[in-house]
Design a binder for this molecule. Structure first.
Ligand code: SF4
Ligand code: SF4
Length: 136
């Protein structure tokens, strides 16, 4: 089994095409949509978790690329502004993966970026706008 988190960039001309539904019907892969948004006048963007046998995942990605979708590995950059963060912990309960947690030794809030899926649920939870998430 192969599990990967990827960023899909849909050109404007295929945004209306239900490619992900077609992919799910055609290939034996499990997927979860971690984030999706339309980029005005530029197409769309989707962060996808994809799991399946190696060859099937490769075929599924080739199917998307064959329809003009650009694919790149997910590289998210989450930043907690150390000057602004008060370690209040409000973001920790909003994090679905445990990426944000309270350090036992000093009760400060910390981030395990390996667990972060860039869902951005923590961003509005912070009363001090101390968290930023970006993709690159
Ligand atoms: S972006 Fe999502 S997964 Fe990452 S730290 Fe924030 S809430 Fe947790
Ligand atoms: S909610 Fe904001 S201020 Fe509170 S611990 Fe999280 S990042 Fe820091």
């Amino acid at each position: 089994m192969y599990s990967h988190r990827i960023v899909l960039h849909f050109p404007e001309n295929v945004v209306e095409d239900p490619l992900i539904c077609r992919l799910a019907r055609r290939y034996d892969v499990q997927f979860s949509v971690l984030r999706a948004e339309i980029e005005e006048n530029r197409g769309g963007m989707m962060v996808l978790g994809l799991t399946g046998d190696n060859g099937v995942v490769r075929d599924a990605l080739e199917f998307l690329e064959g329809h003009g979708v650009e694919i790149e590995p997910l590289q998210q950059d989450i930043r907690i502004d150390a000057d602004t963060c008060t370690h209040c912990g409000a973001c920790v309960g909003q994090c679905p993966t445990g990426a944000l947690f309270v350090e036992e030794r000093d009760r400060t809030v910390a981030l395990d970026s390996e667990k972060c899926i860039a869902c951005q649920q923590c961003v509005p939870a912070c009363p001090y706008q101390a968290i930023q998430v970006s993709f690159h």
